[in-house]
Design a protein around this ligand. Sequence first.
Ligand code: PRX
Length: 646
Amino acid sequence: MTVHPVPAEWARRAYVDAAGQAEKYRRSLEEPEAFWREETARIDWIRPWTQLGRCSFDEADFGIEWFADGTLNVSANCLDRHLAEHGETTAIIWEGDDPSQQRRITYRELHEDVCRFANVLKGLGAKKGDRITLYLPMIPEAAVAMLACARIGAIHSVVFGGFSPEALAGRIQDCDSRLVITADGGMRGGKLVPLKANVDAAVAHCPSVEAVLVVRHAGNAVTMQGGRDRWWQDERAAVSPDCQPEEMGAEDPLFILYTSGSTGKPKGVLHTSGGYLTWAAMTHHYVFDYRPGDIYWCAADIGWVTGHSYVVYGPLANGATVVMFEGVPNYPDHSRFWQIVDRHQVNIFYGAPTALRALMREGDEWVKRTSRSSLRLLGSVGEPINPEAWEWYWRVVGDGRCPIVDTWWQTETGGAMITPLPGATDLKPGSASLPFFGVAPQLVDAEGTVLPDEPGVAAEGNLCITRSWPGQMRTVYGDHERFFQTYFSTYKGKYFTGDGCRRDEDGYYWITGRVDDVINVSGHRMGTAEIESALVAHAKVAEAAVVGFPHDIKGQGIYAYVTTNAEVEPDEALRRELVQWVRTEIGPIATPDAIHFAPALPKTRSGKIMRRILRKIAEGDVSSLGDTSTLADPSVVDTLIATRAG
Ligand code: PRX
């Protein structure tokens, strides 16, 4: 297997080399108090913490708290403290969907905008602890709105702009937001996303919403409802540019972010202030080896956790210059990403494998016609990166010069957990490599037996984490019991990630993908249960079962088995209707790739759907279906094999 050793220059100049990594890792686990005392010094505390943590994953005394008696304000850490010396440093370089549009915003300007935005929110009655839903395009005002919430102690819940009004309404209702922040519209690949119209449709089902603050951006016509809707640009001028940051406890909530799980509705993952900010800033510092002056670009949308931790909180806490991009990788053409790299002289680029695979398919020429000489480091996140895409990223995008940090983590973890450090870790394409400081991974088999962790011995099993880390989520909003049940009840005393993983002879971790009913489509996490419940909500559908299947570009595609009501004759028109239906119920990201009309689904005698068999058929791998003797009617399987979709 190929191993790319740490380039000599990186070993010399990085914050940590291999020996430093090993030593810091050891200290983080063996001397946590001293270790975290040092690492939390990167945060400005209003009142320094004295208690490290009180964390237990056991049912009897379950709870997670870090630095609990410390106080801080997250927005002051991301803004105010940079003003004295770096006020004129560019905080955000914005690149519009339309390549002729750019904006540059200094820390001083960002600070003023955040203060004004915070004052507008206060004027609308928002206060500490309130939930505020954000549904915005990738524009600087998205960061401004998040930081303004943090400034006054309100809890933001960002909903990705690709979600439908139905999905948005569910998320507004779940956390009972009184305020929604949106834009008239966003632009993606030259197409308008009608955000305000979507909010109007959603809010019609949300009696809790009293006010909608609208950022004028795309310039499309919108309906403004008197008494409820206001333009940010109008309000901005009428408020003071000063706003005192609220003193927040380290364990006060910072944000909620909804994410999909195996069962039920999306969960409101709740992150708090002190531990989360420490984790986001610290991982950004070490993983990207960020230095003042570097131009750093994370291509994720702020609607996902990557956008929270690595577009906004981590880099801004570190005083970084961040590129923020509204558009898509292939508009106006397949060179767009690399044109942006050249235009803004980007040094660090962090993106998702799905985009790389899509660009790889278009050929090297689109990349090669750009210089990319400013690039020094590349990153990958969101899904396993196949070695072929990794090598392409390394050879073509990075010209064989830039280390690639393949960072494994989750919405729940707040920041990177298993990741190379560029000056320390030899790289194996496809492996997220080694645990970050403070992270204690463990592999267990299906019964929970711990697999031996010894040098030279490989193992494969389910990935758990045995100790808490500061960036860990603290609860599921409004349902603490669900938090415990989802993550800590499968394997007693451990956090279960939902991922399968192999550890090789050198101790490198290779994430093999989800082992639960979650699928990862283009780096977007979807619960199969959510798509199923959308399908069965259609009047002609009796039953549905959704599984993932390997997809060249998306990583995984969505394969839906649908049983129609008895009187319905399934046809092409219904297939199209159901695809459209799911897009309306959840959003375009949940578009099924295949719909397989099935007269019946394979079930056990007790009525349980045998998903294992459905996955195999969807994958086109019917040679090893395993034991089908427990099925109530084994002939169902033959029918499905004969009628496989796609
Ligand atoms: O399956 C893993 C995959 O994405 C899941 C988490 O998704 P989400 O909460 O949306 O967060 C994505 C951004 C951090 C994980 O359970 N995943 C994420 N990063 C990687 C990955 N799988 C393999 N390699 C990665 N680098």
